[in-house]
Design a protein around this ligand. Structure first.
Ligand code: FAD
Ligand code: SF4
Ligand code: SF4
Length: 466
């Protein structure tokens, strides 16, 4: 088959759960390719020599090579090819913003067709690896001890890579279950918890120890970790989990949640289950403020918790929404409404409960520091939205605990840890950092890339001590 013929092959759509079956609970909406579909989609790849798609992947996966292995039905080898640079393909295949990364650069897409479904194929081989996984063999111990703080994608990847090199790794995690945002933030209808738990179990099989309910800076200090506990190096993967608020009147009314709290109650503490005690308000007329993945996740959860209407209020227009295109499409299919170019200016309360929200219409002005058009209020355009539950999902910031947990560490003006970009070492020798804790894109795949890079640097650091 020549390239012209390959480009005419039909794109394989991801099978999805019908809308009518979605709202009963957190069942995954994307169902995954069948083998037949994976083979058909792999045929669409032109196996480009210069492979521009690889440049679009933050962890440089050899995309044509793994797709070629799928074509040859060598699925385990395809998975291992991906694992050369990305430890968790079943996770990235599900949540990576592929359409803005690898697939955005795909030659087939650039020629006016649907780009090759790289993410869907990655998920296919990731799931194959999970279904056929074997207990990993442990490396010969080096005698070095490394502490990893935080068990999100950055911490888990770093821990896994260090364990493979034979170092003794302990993860300190503040919550009772590891996984970071992948467990407490991203809903199961996008990323089932069992996928994340499987990957964590494989780290435990490699010898990684996990200390739950341990808040570094409170339960245990960095001095203790590096002193009497004997850890020679530390990786910080604390993420950026402190919520941002609008700072407008009425924000303390009952019925107003930060997205962080709302999602943690539902995802991690399973408030959607009748047999669980976790309290949560189930609003009838829910409003979610923001425009990113977190916003859309919270809105879709509110529908699953029985809301009659759910409205996303965003101050820019649809084109500027940072949420994944697929997520916005799913939200629309499920019946979520949107109020674009709208900014809340005040919450209205009755007996301490939120009952409404005063808003103002916005128009787009000159680009701001983010390069997107700045939303500007329109004169005399105030109006009210009735609502009995509000979720504020306008972003998060690094925890103010970081300088307490790591005295003397250098931070930038937004509170992110400053690192050497080559090594990811912070201003404190022997302490490395990655993921949302350092400046840059806040994505799962970047966290994983940082975790891998830091593991290499920590290995060099430990060898240097030898
Ligand atoms: P995190 O995943 O935030 O993990 C940090 C961990 O550190 C947590 O478990 C926390 O409990 C722990 N911790 C914090 N402080 C301490 C302490 N003092 N001591 C011990 N442990 C501590 N990205 C995508 O690529 N695709 C998506 O679709 C996507 N959707 C998202 C949806 C939601 C709702 C959210 C919130 C984020 C989403 N993201 C998405 C962003 C992505 O999840 C993050 O970029 C990524 O998880 C960051 O990884 P991390 O390892 O740096 O930190
Ligand atoms: Fe694409 Fe993400 Fe996979 Fe890289 S990790 S190939 S960007 S889906
Ligand atoms: Fe295949 Fe597209 Fe990458 Fe070319 S750019 S190798 S067609 S995935």
């Amino acid at each position: 088959m020549d390239n012209k013929e390959r480009m005419q092959l039909p794109y394989q759509e991801m099978p999805e759960l019908p809308v009518t079956q979605r709202l009963a609970g957190p069942v995954e909406v994307n169902r995954g390719y069948s083998e037949q579909q994976a083979l058909a989609e792999a045929e669409r790849c032109l196996q480009c020599k210069n492979a521009p798609c690889v440049a679009g992947c933050p962890v440089d996966i050899d995309i044509p090579a793994f797709i070629k292995l799928i074509r040859e039905k060598r699925y385990t080898q395809a998975g291992l090819k991906i694992k050369e640079t990305n430890s968790f393909p079943a996770i990235c295949g599900r949540v990576c913003p592929q359409e803005q990364q690898c697939q955005e650069k795909c030659v087939v897409g650039r020629a006016g067709h649907e780009p090759v479904g790289i993410g869907h194929l990655e998920r296919f081989v990731g799931d194959h690896l999970i279904a056929h996984s074997q207990k990993p063999s442990r490396a010969k111990p080096t005698g070095h001890k490394v502490a990893v703080v935080g068990s999100g994608p950055a911490g888990l990847t770093c821990a896994g890579e260090l364990a493979k090199l034979g170092h003794q790794v302990t993860i300190f995690e503040a919550l009772h279950e590891p996984g970071g945002v992948m467990i407490y933030g991203i809903p199961e209808f996008r990323l089932p918890n069992d996928i994340v738990r499987h990957e964590i179990k494989s780290l435990v099989d490699l010898g990684v120890q996990i200390s739950h309910d341990t808040v570094v800076g409170r339960t245990v200090t960095m001095d203790e970790i590096r002193g009497e506990m004997g850890f020679e190096a530390v990786f910080l993967g604390l993420g950026a989990g402190s919520p941002r608020f609008l700072n407008i009147d009425g924000e303390n009314l009952r019925g107003i949640y930060s997205a962080n709290e709302y999602l943690t109650r539902v995802n991690l503490l399973q408030a959607y289950r009748d047999d669980y005690d976790t309290p949560i308000r189930r609003g009838q007329y829910v409003t979610v403020i923001g425009g990113g993945n977190v916003t859309v996740d919270a809105a879709r959860w509110a529908l699953r918790l029985g809301a009659q209407t759910v409205t996303i209020v965003y101050r820019r227009s649809r084109q500027q929404m940072p949420a994944r295109i697929e997520e916005v499409r799913h939200a629309e299919e499920e019946g979520i409404q949107f109020q674009f170019l709208t900014q809340p200016i005040k919450f209205i309360g009755e007996d301490g409960d939120v009952v409404g929200m005063e808003c103002i219409r916005m128009e787009l002005g000159e680009p701001d520091a983010s390069g997107r058009p700045r939303p500007v209020p329109m004169a005399d355009s105030e109006f009210t939205i009735d609502t009995d539950l509000v979720v504020i999902a306008i972003g998060a910031r690094v925890s103010p605990l970081v300088p307490i947990a790591v005295p003397g560490i250098e931070l930038d003006e937004s509170g992110h840890v400053i690192v050497n970009p080559e090594t990811l070492e912070s201003s404190v020798p022997g302490i490395f950092a990655g993921g949302d804790l350092i400046p840059g894109e806040e994505t799962v795949v970047r966290g994983m890339g940082n975790g891998r890079q830091a593991a290499q640097s920590i290995h060099q650091y430990l060898i240097g001590r030898d």
